[in-house]
Design a protein around this ligand. Structure first.
Ligand code: ZN
Length: 218
């Protein structure tokens, strides 16, 4: 009889172990305690932005490369998480199309899957420009220009400025993927110096507008 009970307990433990492991695998982060489930802690504020390229042409197999297509690609690569009760496959927080349209990926409060480092995945927002801007890349100059379009640059500057303002991010925390990992991403054709200068200009413009607005009336 004791043997049967012991076997049942071991069986239950192994089931629970499996359940926990499965949950952790799906969710990508540790199980919340009952208190955390009732009062979930605010997610940490993002510290900065990592810029990527998709390393693809604008179209693949007749389909436009956009947030939906990248979502499919990242599902196959196992980047999926459950965040706020929804499943997200796409690892980036935003995608910028060649015509400058900005598409959402994961919500800003969900950890990303866009760098090899858990620190940058957790604390930096990932923005991906569609295209292959790396001279070592397979598609660079073939069905894909060597540099981002003007519309992509303008949208990137606008999006970065908005996020920096919202989360109080310094310009030094706007980085390329290659600045923090073993990769060429977003490629040597990505004009980082120009993008930083444009962001600085836009921040300056916003600051001046704000100070003009706040001059006290006599
Ligand atoms: Zn990247």
């Amino acid at each position: 009889m004791h043997l049967v009970r012991a076997a049942a307990i071991i069986f239950l433990f192994s089931l629970t172990g499996f359940g926990v492991a499965w949950y952790l695998h799906r969710a990508g982060y540790p199980l919340p305690t009952p208190t955390e489930r009732l009062f979930p802690p605010a997610p940490p504020k993002p510290l900065g932005i990592l810029i990527h390229h998709s390393a693809t042409p604008f179209r693949l197999k007749g389909r436009m490369v956009d947030a939906k297509k990248i979502d499919d690609m990242h599902r196959q690569r196992g980047f999926s998480i459950v965040c706020d009760g929804k499943v997200y496959h796409i690892g980036y927080h935003y995608v910028i199309l060649p015509d400058g349209r900005i598409q959402p990926g994961r919500p800003e409060n969900c950890p990303g899957a866009h760098s090899g480092s858990s620190f940058y995945n957790q604390r930096f927002l990932g923005i991906c420009l569609v295209g292959d801007f790396d001279s070592h890349g397979r598609w660079n100059g073939r069905r894909s220009p060597r540099q981002p379009t003007q519309a992509q640059i303008e949208s990137l500057v606008k999006l970065c400025t908005r996020l920096m303002h919202e989360y109080d991010m310094p310009l030094r925390n706007v980085r390329r993927h290659r600045d923090v990992g073993q990769t060429y991403c977003p490629g040597d054709g990505f004009p980082f110096g120009r993008v930083r200068a444009l962001i600085a200009q836009e921040l300056e413009r916003r600051l001046q507008n704000a100070s003009v607005t706040h001059i006290p009336a006599r």
